[in-house]
Design a protein around this ligand. Structure first.
Ligand SMILES: O=P(O)(O)OC[C@H]1O[C@](O)(CO)[C@@H](O)[C@@H]1O
Length: 472
């Protein structure tokens, strides 16, 4: 969107003879005609996503289409800009030769951007990374079915491919192969929020175990998902904690009470140490609020251990990697704000005595598939999760993967959409940022869409959903 806005601005400033209004109208027509050309040439269907099919950018009225027409090209543009802006800083970290490697990477990124905009076929990976072969098999399989282009393949595959391609561009450069190119944006965002995080730490010290406090911590973790850096760059509200009750009006499905019942009953009856897993989404504020939730769960005895899952490579701009996790912990430890620093020390000691665990890196989380294939592709991970009482999946992308990114009728029960994936009970904390749903009350999506056709892309509404695994 902002790419288009920039074009419009520069164009209007050039045509100084025209009135603002007439130049705007002319330009709108030009942009519109160009779009029409693209839609026709690339066989884009001027339809909403088809029911029971995977989401795809081939549907004009979809978030997938907008992603590849504007969001992703813009994201690459911003990444290039960030690499240029942070060149000196990058050279300090990666050595002087990084300057030359950066040139090559930027060139590769520009090519990638053009490939998206031209709906080119996916290229194979020629790198030596362990997953390259698997990716290439999948790309060739798509090519046989003529679905190996950005707009014709499934959205999930194409979007994961995009982040794998960006990674490949950096991995090829000797000095930058271990550099996280999204780290400047993740670190800067987190640093800017230190005061807010410190205030929230103060406000949440010593919260006793009860349903209300549990729901508060769960909802804080939910609403922090508004602050991803790929879609909704808005900073969290300073009053977030105080506004949680008010946010309830945007919570379309709220099963936080059911999650509470599941965990508090399990606490009474379980004879085994209770483990809960959190599959992280975004770094910075969201990561902080997930750590707070984990702390509350442990302090109140709802579980004896909380395990965290991170991405193996820089992913969807702001997803948490192991390096982000350690960076955040260290930044808390070194912080001058007393309570934030004490929180860091607490986290460190919980990690040392293994009540918190950062699970070993698993590349399943960055595969271009939904979770229904976990059992087959990553059986050990599936078994590991099955020992847990509850897995909390954070965010929109994890939600899409839970549903295999298939556009079922919005009222289909949550659990019926998992394609058999149910290693244990599953909770989704999702701020809605894409056009896929489950378990929605009748007509809700229709009414919301009638009021605002783009509501699902704004990251304003959310769901807390639970699927309980009953013993066989
Ligand atoms: O960080 P989240 O909540 O997974 O969302 C990030 C983005 O991922 C998507 O699912 C795909 O781009 C978007 O809908 C969303 O903007």
């Amino acid at each position: 969107m902002s790419v288009a806005i920039r074009t419009i601005e520069s164009w209007t400033s050039l045509s100084s003879n025209n009135t603002y209004e007439s130049s705007w109208t002319t330009l709108e027509t030009v942009v519109h005609n160009k779009l029409e050309d693209f839609v026709e040439k690339q066989n884009i269907l001027v339809l909403y996503p088809a029911l029971n099919e995977p989401l795809s950018a081939k549907f004009y009225h979809s978030h997938a289409y907008k992603t590849f027409r504007t969001r992703s090209p813009h994201m690459i543009h911003e990444l290039i800009h960030s690499m240029r802006e942070n060149e000196e800083w990058i050279m300090k970290r990666c050595g002087d030769y990084a300057r030359y490697d950066l040139r090559r990477v930027i060139w590769s990124l520009s090519i990638l951007r053009t490939e998206i905009l031209q709906n080119s076929p996916f290229k194979l990976f020629y790198d030596q990374e362990p997953d390259a072969k698997e990716w290439n098999v999948a790309i060739k399989r798509l090519a046989n079915r003529e679905k190996n282009q950005w707009f014709t393949s499934t959205w999930l595959f194409a979007e994961c491919y995009l982040y794998r391609r960006i990674w490949a561009a950096f991995r090829r450069a000797e000095t930058l192969r271990n550099f996280d190119y999204f780290s400047p944006i993740k670190f800067n965002t987190a640093q800017g929020l230190a005061n807010l995080m410190n205030n929230i730490v103060i406000a949440t010290r010593g919260l006793p175990l009860n349903q209300m406090n549990f729901q508060l911590m769960l909802k804080l973790s939910l609403w922090s998902n508004r602050c991803d850096l790929s879609n909704t760059a808005d900073p969290p509200n300073d009053e977030m904690l105080q506004l949680i009750d008010e946010y309830d009006k945007d919570l379309i499905i709220d099963q936080s009470m059911d999650v509470w019942h599941l965990l508090s009953e399990n606490k009474q009856t379980s004879r085994q140490p209770i483990v809960i897993d959190i599959v992280f989404d975004n770094a910075a504020f969201e990561l902080f609020s997930d750590l707070l939730l984990a702390e509350y769960i442990l302090e109140t005895g709802l579980a004896q251990k909380v395990r965290f899952h991170v991405k193996s490579i820089p992913w969807f701009v702001s997803d948490v990697t192991a390096a982000d996790f350690h960076w955040m912990l260290n930044s808390f430890l070194r912080n001058n704000l007393v309570e934030l620093s004490a929180f860091g020390h607490k986290m460190r000691s919980l990690l040392r005595n293994q009540r918190l665990e950062l699970c070993s890196i698993n590349d399943f989380w960055t595969k271009p598939t939904g979770f229904s294939s976990m059992r087959q592709l990553s059986p050990c991970l599936y078994v590991e999760l099955s020992f847990s009482t509850l897995v909390i999946f954070k965010g929109d992308l994890n939600y899409r993967k839970l549903l295999d990114d298939i556009n079922r009728s919005s009222t289909t029960p949550f659990r019926d959409c998992f394609g058999g994936f149910i290693p244990t009970s599953i909770c989704a904390l999702r701020v809605i940022k894409s056009d896929i749903y489950s378990g929605m009350p009748l007509c809700t999506v229709d009414w919301l869409t009638e009021d605002d056709p783009h509501w699902m892309m704004r990251g304003e509404k959310a769901v807390i959903q639970l699927a309980v695994k009953t013993s066989p």
